[in-house]
Each structure stands twice: as C-alpha cells, then as structure tokens.
Ligand binder design. Structure first.
Ligand code: G4P
Length: 531
C-alpha cells in the first residue's frame, strides 16, 4: 500500500489549453525536453515532423496541418510523473477538448502575450471553471512585443472571471525583454535565449540592486519598482487554497521558444498542483489510493492505424493500480475481460505497458464495446462514474449516401463515428434511420465526417445544411405527450441515438416561445451521457 501511495502521489495530470498559435505545442515540447523525454537538440529543425509524430495521428490532420484529436504524453521530472493531455487547438474540435478536460486534474492555459485571451481559450476556460480545477497561466512569447502587463492581467480577470496572481513579473518585452522578477524570491532572472537546444539555460538570478540596475538599466529598474508597488496594492495575494479551488490563477511570463521561464513554471506548478484527487461515484468520493483499480473512458479514437482498423479507448485511471494481466469489469455491459494491448504514449512513441496508476491515462484496444463515459474497474469494485456531458451541437446537416447500395456501410460508418463522439446523430421523430441528421459543435467536423466515410468506409455522402442552431433535450419526455407539443413553425422534433426525443430550433426566440406555449415542458441544453 505504501508503494502504491507513493506512486500515486508522484502523479500530476494536466490538460494544456490555448487558442491556436499561442505556443502550446512549443511549450509541451519544452516540458518534455526538461523531463529528458526527448532530445530536442536533434529535432529542432524537424519541429514540424516531431510535432506530427507526437500528437497528430489522422490523415486529415496531416493534410490540414492542424491538430484534430487530443493526445496524451507522460514524462518524468525529478520525482514526479507528469501526464499532459494535449487538446486540439482548432476551434472546430472543441467537443473532444471538453471531454479531455474531464480527465485532467488541472489545466495549463497558454496565452500569447501580444494577443491576450482569445475566443477559444474563453470556451475552454468555461469548462475548467465548471469543474473547479486549478488553472495555471503561462503568458508566452515575451520575446516579442507584448501587451502591457497590467492590461494582460486585467484581460484574464475580466474575460475569464478569475483572479490573477503573478508569480513572476516581466521586465520589458520584445527586443527589450530582459527577464522576469521572481515575486517570491525577490530577484531578477536574466533572459537568455537557449533556443538552440541546450538544456541548461544561461539565465542568472540577480538579487543585489546594483547588479540588477547594471543589467536592466536605471529606467527599467524604476519602472519595475513602480509596477511592483502598483501590483502590491491592486493584485490578489497568493493563496494556495484559492489556487487549488480554481478561484485564483498563478500567472507566469516566459517564452517557450527560447526556453525562458519553462523550468521555472514547471517547478512552481509541481509545488502547487495536487496529485490525483478523488472523483465521485453516485455522489460519493472515490479515494485514489484506498480503492482498487477504477477508470473511466473519456475518448475513443478509431482507425488510428488504417491497416488494422483499430479503435482505441482512452481511459483515465481514477483509483488504484492497473495491471495488464488482471481481469477488469466493464460496468455498463457487466462483462469481465482482460484489456487488450494497454498502451501509453511516451513522448513520440507508443508503448505497451504492464501497469499504470491513478492519474495515468491508458489507451486500450476497443472491440466496439466501450462508449464515452463508461466505467472500467477491478471485478470486486463497485463504483460507477458520472457520465461525461454531451455538449449541444450548433450546426446541423441532413446526410445521405450517394450510392443507395451502400446503405449498410453508411449506417455503420456514421454510427461508429458518432460512438466516438466526433459527431452526434439524430433521426426524424417517428421515422427510423431513413433520414439521418448530423449535429456537430464545429463545422469542420462535417468535413471530417465526409473524409472518414470515404476513406474508412468507402461511402460517398452528400450533406445538406440545415438552418437549426439550437438544440434542447426534453428532460421530462416521459411525463409529457411529445406528439402534442405545440412549438413554433420552425421547430423540428428528432430523437438521438438512445431514443431520447429532442427539439431543434432556428433561433433562441423560438425556444422561449415553445416553453411559453407548453407549461410543463422542461428543456435542457445538454444531455448527461447516461446509459
Ligand atoms: P500552438 O500549438 O498553440 O498552435 O502553437 P505552436 O507551439 O505551434 O506555436 C505557434 C507559433 O508560435 C510557432 O511558429 C512557434 O514557433 C511560435 N512560438 C511559440 N512560442 C514562442 C515564443 O515564446 N516566442 C516566439 N517568438 N514564438 C513562439 P510558426 O512559425 O507558426 O511555426 P514553426 O515554423 O516554428 O514550426
């Protein structure tokens, strides 16, 4: 038990979030570099290639040069074992990202210093806030001209509604970037560009005023003192409890590309973030150490290797130790089995593993049994994790296969892709699978659907966009007569994969109108992914 406790307490599992181009990939690579997991010195010029190897799997990602799916990486730093859940940056792939956030214990938010909070960050942040997980902010690209520091902090506070507490404070930016002031140690860390792949930064810590003035100049020193004084009057004081409750975000300034501030961040992050905390099952916390093995599926990815038509289910271990040679129970089907080909991603290689601990993410071969949100556990355990919410799609299209002879492949393809959670499928109310309506969170998913049906299932389709933008699940459908609902003329009744009826609307006004006309109707914006 002591060994198990030690292993679990070493774990830190975070999701890294940002708007595209803020520097998430670069920062992740630098973390791996400091952890000794990759030798970046040899791969600097092949950054694009390295990036594909690390996190991009699917054909479409390569073609479009974007990261569509999320990946998981594990590395060691000192005594810690760190799991990074990479999230797709492209705005169209937000639903996958939302689910990934469910598997993390904290989030690292990367912000471009010249841009501040951007649209995508805002959305992701909402999910973190919903879960009250700690959020650590890394303001990147200080080697480029940045927004005013107070403005940046104000921007984070206003846009995201969270208090900020700078752990270090930048001295200049762009060509005039001199380094950062360490608020706790009260010294200046000099900026050194160590981009060229050497691990040991040449940054120095200056604590004497004379040294600092000699390095940054009298004017910058005066400015710095003024800013720090302002900060002590205006900024929130550091409070670890608030950080851990997700109410206060520690802010770090740095430049991932030049390796500046990356290790500083990592050290502070590790000191502040908690090891795996208990998850809830039927309202009760499940202790990560004292409970036996339990995990939940947060992501399913099919056809990572086209030749093998494989389907991988990613699960987050919530308690205990996973051992590859022991049987586990799939709670939703009641079946006992041995998980096949359990694997973990370590920097740029996939490797088969024998064991893993609470906090870790493992991928297993899925025979078509698992769904998102399912619980897997040791046969003698009896927990059942809450499902992962299904987010409301915002774009809808009617989809038809061009060759009517391929009906079977078509239905199989859309159903499997929907099981992975990449799209949601609906049918017309009372009509069966004749007409399939697809709903997605981001429009690019329509392209992914078309591409994958052609490539993986050999089915060509035509998509006809529908004008609906709002979807509502009928919470109390068992108590009311759905047939008799009196809605607006633009309202459409459909059913989801599990047979739940729902309503589609063109605008928000119609939603309100329908609620007004049907006194007992209870609508909800998302469905809990219960079985
Ligand atoms: P993302 O994953 O958040 O989308 O961002 P990514 O790391 O791919 O970085 C986006 C661009 O910003 C890259 O340039 C990267 O080199 C650059 N970048 C990242 N961190 C810093 C930094 O601290 N300072 C500066 N100046 N630039 C930074 P690119 O030209 O788009 O790609 P590449 O040609 O370098 O691969």
């Amino acid at each position: 038990m002591e060994d198990l406790k030690k292993e679990i307490e070493k774990r830190r599992t975070f999701a890294i979030i940002s708007h595209p181009d803020a520097g998430k990939t670069t920062l992740t690579e630098k973390f791996l570099l400091y952890g000794g997991a990759i030798n970046l010195a040899g791969s600097v010029k092949g950054k694009a290639t390295a990036r594909h190897a690390v996190s991009d799997w699917m054909e479409i990602e390569k073609q479009r040069g974007i990261s569509v799916t999320s990946s998981v990486l594990q590395f060691h730093y000192g005594d810690y074992c760190i799991n990074i859940l990479d999230t797709p940056g492209h705005q169209d792939f937000s639903e996958d990202t939302y689910r990934t956030l469910m598997a993390a214990d904290s989030a690292v938010m990367v912000i471009d210093a010249s841009k501040g909070v951007e649209a995508q960050t805002r959305k992701l942040f909402k999910v973190c806030a919903m879960r009250h997980i700690p959020i650590f902010t890394f303001i990147n690209k200080m080697d480029r001209d940045a927004m005013d520091t107070f403005e940046l902090l104000d921007n984070v506070e206003k846009e995201l509604g969270i208090e900020t507490t700078p752990v270090n404070w930048p001295i200049g930016s762009g060509k005039h970037f001199k380094g950062v002031y360490d608020v706790e140690q009260k010294n200046v860390l000099t900026f050194a560009d160590t981009e060229k792949g050497t691990k040991e930064g040449k940054s120095e810590a200056l604590s004497e005023e004379t040294e600092i003035v000699a390095y940054i100049g009298a004017e910058a020193w005066e400015n710095l003192n003024e800013e720090l004084e302002l900060l002590s009057g205006a900024g929130a004081t550091f409070d670890l409890e608030k950080v851990r409750a997700g109410e206060l975000t520690p802010v770090f300034f740095g430049s991932a590309l030049t390796n500046f501030g990356v290790e500083f961040f990592l050290k502070h992050y590790l000191a502040m973030a908690l090891p795996p905390t208990p998850r809830t099952s039927a309202g009760e916390p499940v202790d990560p150490v004292t409970h036996g093995f339990s995990a939940f599926v947060f992501k399913i990815q099919a056809n990572m290797n086209k030749a093998h038509r494989d389907r991988i289910a990613f699960m987050r271990i919530c308690s205990g130790k996973f051992e590859a040679d022991k049987n586990v129970k799939h709670v939703q089907s009641g079946r006992e089995m041995r998980l096949s080909q359990p694997q973990q991603l370590m920097a740029d290689e996939r490797r088969v593993i024998e064991e893993a601990y609470a906090g870790d993410i493992i991928g297993v071969f899925d025979p078509g049994l698992f769904s998102i949100g399912d619980t897997i556990e040791a046969p003698e355990e009896n927990v059942r994790y809450e499902g992962i919410p299904t987010f409301a799609p915002e774009h809808f299209a009617r989809v038809r296969q061009l060759d009517t002879m391929k009906r079977k492949q078509f239905v199989k393809g859309v159903t499997q892709i929907a099981q992975e959670g990449a799209i949601q499928i609906f049918q017309e109310y009372n009509s069966g699978m004749e007409e399939i309506i697809v709903g997605v969170v981001g429009v690019l998913q329509f392209d992914v659907l078309k591409f994958r049906l052609e490539n993986e299932y050999n089915v060509e389709i035509r998509l006809e966009n529908l004008p609906y933008e709002h979807i509502r699940w009928i919470e109390n459908w068992r108590e009311i007569d759905v047939e008799k609902l009196s809605g607006t003329s633009d309202m459409k009744k459909v059913v989801d994969m599990k047979g739940n009826p729902l309503l589609l609307f063109v605008n928000a006004w119609s939603v309100g109108m329908t609620l007004d006309r049907n006194e007992n109707l209870v609508l909800s914006e998302f469905s809990r992914n219960e079985i």
